[in-house]
Design a protein around this ligand. Structure first.
Ligand code: IVH
Length: 606
């Protein structure tokens, strides 16, 4: 699923129209002036793709990273505005519908009201409530949450369209309606700039009066043939643009400033202010990004500031209202020494960054550890920043490798850590040694190496030694790897030049932590675990040792496949506490049932 390019004012949209005119004129070899457009509301929900085969809903997926999303078929079937069967006389062989799932403001209020009554954490806004619901394991919950769906795009086989003649987007919306989908009724055909201005102006204000959130207007080229000619860029269609509404701004009073040292040593000023409501959530902290931004803002004690949410997500300070400044108030100054370790900070002019370059600075190490244990890295459940702070305080840990020297005795000294959580934690730490090579590389927290880059590198370099040698050699083939530019090459080079980092690798390896592509290792040592390799698993009930996600990951790492529902091909049902109806079904189908203990044995963890 593609994204949309953004326009921030009507002139950006008009420039886009000129570009569309130019591209189409070039293609048709004649001057194309009048282009019919369709304007729609941009629904602030979650993009969904639905696949129908011979008119029957087969599967549904979330947007995910654009290429790969989550399978949410069972949940989607509980949304009343999504037909399970298309209302068509002649069904196409296949049909794909895209649209936005969302929760109305009214339903959102009711959901949160009941969550409050049950002492559950409230959802920040309808979009989060919708995303959380789509990910629910129990489809009945989705039904209760009253999710809704607007369809905005449809694809079908070329030969299906011959008689129907759905040559325009506008007709296709009508077609979707006839199929049984809900279409947003506020869409409009646009024939000229006046109509465009009217539509955009109208909705900028009127959006407050409707019962769902919209964060802008989407303008699309109406003719599908023209759409095909215009095509797509890497990220978005050239035939559509989103006009985003200006971010909501509010004023508040500054309380204090923190200077946070991140895992890369960068010092970021963060302002604390009197709490305010902004785009559906309460905010009381905002980043000032870097020293340049900090100096430009020129913040004094007790200042009144204007805050907004960048991209509706990250709060930031827009400006200081100087007219309201109290006389003789002191200006906040950027520190010269690291607030965490006291060493002198280093100013990197090219990156507008101020850095602590002391690799053993506790703030850097804490940040690195927090990244190491995070979900997308080593996924060590049970450790967050709070426990990391406590472990530092108790001097149990100074660097990442110290995690692998922890034991029951040491952890007992930490407040509020019972025996059970200690055991779970130690098991999670031990299990992390078996994570894939690309996750381990990502977990190291090397500057600019995100999840995707780590994966791409791991496909080319099968262990850390070969990556180190390449990073330190002048003639390497790193730049041939997808998405790797000079910045990343430089970052890898710096990282491997630092002795502290080389020591970290050595220490981790001495504790049994390997930085090797497991598939290669498996082949070498014939370590394929036959209990898991290509076997199908279904999980029911709650487990003590694993969260559901960590168990799925574990099984997949061992070569198994996790499915949502049982069938004859299922090899094992893993039954935790309070198993659901799946347990009986597994018995009926004569499927092997594994209790948690049996599972740990199969995983060689017991
Ligand atoms: S058309 C090829 N129409 O906005 C992409 N998108 O910022 C075509 N969205 O991921 C998308 N309302 O989920 C389209 N009326 C609308 C929309 C809409 C909301 C979302 C969509 C997309 C996101 C991009």
């Amino acid at each position: 699923l593609y994204s949309l390019d953004n326009a921030f004012n009507i002139n950006d949209v008009k420039e886009w129209i000129s570009k569309v005119q130019r591209l189409l004129s070039e293609s048709y070899n004649e001057i194309i002036k009048e282009i019919i457009l369709v304007a729609e509301l941009k629904i602030d929900g979650n993009a969904i793709a639905l696949k129908y085969e011979n008119g029957i809903l087969k599967n549904a997926a979330t947007r995910g990273d654009g290429r790969e999303g989550e399978d949410i078929t069972n949940n989607i079937k509980r949304i009343k505005s999504i037909p399970l069967k298309l209302r068509l006389k002649q069904q196409p062989k296949w049909l794909e519908v895209r649209g936005e799932a969302f929760i109305s403001n009214k339903s959102f209020e009711i959901i949160n009201k009941y969550r409050k009554l049950n002492n559950e954490q409230l959802f920040a806004n309808p979009r989060n409530a919708c995303a959380g619901s789509l990910r629910q394991l129990d489809p009945k919950v989705v039904a209760k949450r009253n999710l809704d769906f607007f369809a905005y795009q449809v694809y079908f086989p070329d030969d299906y369209d011959i008689e129907n003649n759905y040559i325009d987007h506008w007709d296709r919306l009508e077609f979707l309606k006839n199929c049984g989908f809900k279409i947003n009724e506020y869409s409009s055909l646009i024939h000229n700039e006046f109509e465009l201005d009217d539509y955009c102006n109208l909705w900028q204000n009127k959006r407050q009066q409707i019962d769902f959130d919209t964060d802008g207007v989407v303008i699309k080229v109406n003719n599908i043939k023209d759409q095909d000619i215009l095509g797509f860029t890497q990220k978005a269609p050239r035939w559509a643009i989103a006009l985003k509404y200006p971010a909501e701004e509010v004023s508040t009073k500054i309380q204090s400033l923190d200077f946070q040292v991140g895992r890369s040593g960068n010092v970021t000023p963060v302002a604390n202010f009197d709490p305010v409501q902004l785009a559906g959530t309460t905010v009381s902290r905002a980043t000032l990004h870097n020293i340049d931004r900090f100096e430009n803002l020129d913040i004094h004690e007790f200042d009144t500031i204007v805050v907004r949410k960048a991209g509706e997500i990250i709060p930031e300070i827009v400006r200081v209202i100087k007219e309201l400044r109290i006389k003789q108030s002191n200006k906040f100054n950027f520190p010269i020494y690291c607030p965490a370790c006291g060493k002198k900070l280093f100013r990197n002019e090219s990156e507008a960054a101020t850095k602590c370059i002391n690799q053993v600075c506790p703030a850097i190490q804490k940040g690195l550890l927090n990244h190491w244990v995070s979900k997308s890295a080593m996924n060590i459940d049970g450790i967050g920043m709070k426990i990391i702070e406590q472990m530092f305080e108790a001097k149990l840990i100074k660097t990442i490798d110290d995690l692998y020297s922890l034991n029951i005795e040491k952890l007992k000294s930490i407040e509020r850590m019972g025996e059970k959580s200690i055991n779970n934690l130690l098991l999670a730490i031990e299990t992390s040694k078996k994570k894939s090579w690309n996750k381990k590389l990502y977990a190291l927290g090397i500057d600019h190496i995100g999840e995707v880059t780590a994966k791409n590198i791991s496909l080319e370099f099968k262990n850390i030694e070969s990556l180190r040698d390449a990073s330190l050699s002048k003639e390497n083939n790193l730049s041939e790897i997808n998405g790797i530019g000079l910045e990343i090459i430089d970052s890898l080079n710096n990282w491997f030049l630092n002795n502290d980092n080389l020591n970290l690798i050595k220490n981790l390896q001495s504790k049994g932590f390997e930085f090797v592509d497991k598939d290669i290792k498996k082949l070498k040592n014939k370590e394929i675990n036959d209990n898991f390799h290509e076997k199908q698993f279904v999980i029911t009930g709650t487990l003590g040792t694993f969260t559901r996600n960590s168990l799925i990951e574990k099984i997949e790492e061992e070569g198994g496949i996790v499915k949502n529902s049982l069938n004859k091909k299922t090899n094992y049902l893993i039954a935790g506490e309070k198993p659901g109806s799946k347990l009986n079904k597994a018995k009926e189908l004569n499927i092997n049932i594994l209790k948690e203990e049996d599972l740990l044995k199969l995983l060689n963890l017991k």
